[in-house]
Design a protein around this ligand. Structure first.
Ligand SMILES: [Zn+2]
Ligand SMILES: [Zn+2]
Length: 416
């Protein structure tokens, strides 16, 4: 079966374009090119990781369902079974998400979704690459209740896809809807770093869970939401976004002066730090009134360049998801790593770093696409258009980077 995300991507892109056009009409800026490149890169990487980890997670779920289910199998033909499974999934999602904010090692995975300082539909695709470590454990009760793996996968997908549309600033309050379902208004609060927003509105589809368990708060008029996390990421690099919080935890564990702190830091609140780490490396509370979004200075046109170069990489990612079941594991792993490396190099260019890495990336991409065309694309069976596009992007990119005016503009202006 074709990965359903392959079908969803064109819809995501279309809705993002519509959101962008609508925001321009209203005279608002809700997208920044480099932030969008970063969010979409993280989405692609999260899907690449899932290709290699999901089967194992599903295997464990399936084994448990087969050998330890307490109830008889749920009928795939019953709408009530589907509705019940979705309700249970949404309930478990609430707790997974809530603990994702309240337990340090789970926050280290989930923080990726919150590290954008913008709030738009691309933020929805900004997903973690390390959910496979612990995230799947939360849904095992469904296997014990007898929910078949297929039903589990489908309701999980429905819950995930539902959350896409709520990541927008353009839809205002929706009255009763905001108090029953997760909505743009109440999920904006979830992404805020204002005091009143912290650790609120965890729901996936139903916000009723938050009202039931005391974590609901309504969006406040007259108090603009500052999006992002306390302790800014200050990077476009998807590798950094995925690993920074684990590295911080590891550093604090090493700074701790006793084993109790070293061992418990992982399971405590993300705000807790060992006394010795606080002394060695104090972190003052950030002043939100002086908050500045991350925006490294870039040469004119560079942010748009990043967005245009992301296009072929996004297509390669979708193509990979489509053909991956037919690839030998070493080839699949090599292709995924090559894509990951390209996304990292592109992000480094957008941080104002050396163009050498980007130049080498373009050379490698162009050479590979050229080789595919030369061999008649026998290797992976795509139409030649994909390789023509990659080759054209590589050549255009090399010409653009090498143009005489580009070095002069290196010290240029901040992003718009
Ligand atoms: Zn969250
Ligand atoms: Zn979100």
């Amino acid at each position: 079966m074709l990965n359903p995300i392959v079908y969803a991507v064109p819809v995501f892109l279309l809705l993002m374009l519509l959101e962008f056009a609508w925001s321009r009409r209203r005279g608002e800026t809700v997208y920044r090119a480099a932030d969008t490149v970063s969010s979409l890169s993280l989405g692609i990487i999260s899907q690449l990781v899932a290709v290699f980890t999901q089967l194992l997670m599903l295997g464990i779920y399936g084994w448990l369902w087969q050998h330890a289910a307490l109830l008889p199998e749920w009928s795939l033909g019953s709408p009530w079974a589907w509705a019940g499974a979705l309700l249970i999934y949404d309930f478990l999602y609430y707790w997974k998400h809530r603990l994702g904010h309240e337990v340090a090692v789970l926050w280290a995975a989930h923080v990726v979704h919150h590290s954008s300082e913008e709030y738009n539909l691309s933020t929805a695709l900004r997903q973690t690459g390390s959910d496979f470590l612990l995230g799947w454990v939360f849904y095992l009760p469904m296997a014990l209740l007898g929910v078949p793996p297929l039903m589990f996968v489908v309701v999980g997908l429905i819950d995930l896809l539902y959350q896409f549309w709520v990541h927008t600033r353009l839809v205002g309050r929706l009255g009763w809807f905001d108090r029953v379902f997760v909505s743009p208004s109440n999920h904006r609060v979830h992404h805020g770093q204002n005091d009143y927003c912290l650790d609120r509105n965890y729901g996936g589809i139903l916000i009723l869970w938050d009202r039931l368990f005391g974590s609901f708060v309504e969006e406040r008029d007259g108090e603009p939401i500052v999006y992002g996390v306390r302790g800014q990421l200050k990077s476009w690099n998807p590798w950094t976004a995925n690993l920074r919080s684990y590295a911080d935890l590891w550093r604090d564990a090493r700074l701790a002066d006793n084993w109790a702190d070293r061992l418990t830091i992982w399971w405590r609140s993300p705000n807790w730090r060992p006394a010795a780490a606080l002394r060695a490396l104090p972190k003052p509370r950030p002043d939100l009134s002086r908050f500045q979004r991350y925006a490294p200075a870039l040469a004119p046109g560079m942010a748009a360049y990043g967005l245009l170069q992301l296009g072929p990489l996004l297509l390669l990612g979708v193509y990979f998801l489509a053909v991956q079941p037919r690839l030998a594991p070493p080839l699949a792993l090599g292709a995924a790593l090559a894509l990951l490396l390209q996304l990292v190099l592109l992000s480094r260019l957008l941080e104002g770093n050396s163009r050498l890495g980007e130049g080498l990336r373009l050379l490698a991409l162009g050479a590979w696409a050229g080789a595919q065309l030369w061999r008649g694309q026998a290797l992976l069976g795509a139409g030649p258009w994909l390789w023509v596009l990659c080759l054209a992007a590589a050549l255009a990119g090399l010409l653009w980077l090498a143009r005489p005016s580009s070095a002069a503009g290196q010290t240029g202006r901040a992003l718009p």
